[in-house]
Design a binder for this molecule. Structure first.
Ligand code: ADP
Length: 207
């Protein structure tokens, strides 16, 4: 039976594109840690049938909805790129919904701690929802190499994303723990296991 007084503490897991956040998160999931991915939640809140999609369609018009009923992300991106006030409108609609969903999903955790995976943990202010921050770090050359292999995008596209994200030093300055993911997957797994055993010794995320 779950102890009603039991409340897991929250670890924020972040890192730049291609640093290995998802790969690290999968290792934590394999160890039984409840994990919520902010990117998945952000997509879920605008799925067909969700109230936010109706509001977006009413505000921007039918051209941002595909024939399948799904959001046309490219069309929406083009609209908010040209009109900053539209971006603010969209963020004011989506950010509270995303944060509410993250909070209620994290509350379902039955592991001693739960993880919020977010590429923009620092930039979005979501770090305020967590008690401890783990940064997955990798040299930029490796981030680039892994992302090119994974997404088949161009070096220019990856460079643009790297530029839009927090600087490595800024991210590291918020870190309570850093996992340097510059070796093979077996190394990543063993580092996650080492951190997991340490995290299990913490109360409320603090030593
Ligand atoms: P992020 O979620 O931070 O963007 P991913 O976890 O998707 O990054 O990792 C980017 C790519 O690099 C993926 O294809 C992943 O399988 C691979 N990868 C991650 N860590 C390692 C590693 N230690 N060794 C080899 N490949 C890795």
């Amino acid at each position: 039976m779950i102890n009603p007084a039991f409340k897991p503490w929250i670890l924020g897991l972040t890192g730049g594109i291609g640093s290995g956040k998802s790969a690290a998160a999968q290792c934590f999931i394999n160890l039984g840690v409840h994990t919520v991915d902010a990117d998945h939640v952000a997509r879920w809140v605008v799925e067909p049938g969700r109230p936010a999609l109706t509001q977006i369609a009413e505000h921007f018009g039918p051209e941002v909805i595909q024939a399948s009923g799904e959001l046309d992300r490219g069309a929406l991106r083009a609209r908010i790129f040209e009109h900053p006030e539209e971006r603010r409108w969209l963020e004011a609609l989506l950010h509270p919904l995303i944060n509410q969903e993250i909070v209620s999903d994290l509350a379902r955790a039955t592991s001693p701690y739960a993880i919020l995976v977010s590429p923009l943990l620092i930039e979005s202010g979501q770090y305020k929802m967590v008690q401890r921050i783990l940064v997955i770090d990798a040299p930029e050359s490796l981030q680039m190499e892994r992302t090119l292999q994974r997404d088949g995008s161009s070096p220019e596209q990856v460079q643009a994303i790297l530029k839009a994200q927090a600087r490595r030093e800024d991210r590291l300055s918020h870190a309570d723990n850093v996992l340097l993911n510059d070796r093979d997957p077996a190394w990543l797994k063993s580092e996650v296991e080492r951190l997991h055993h340490f995290f299990l010794t913490l109360r409320g995320g603090q030593s």
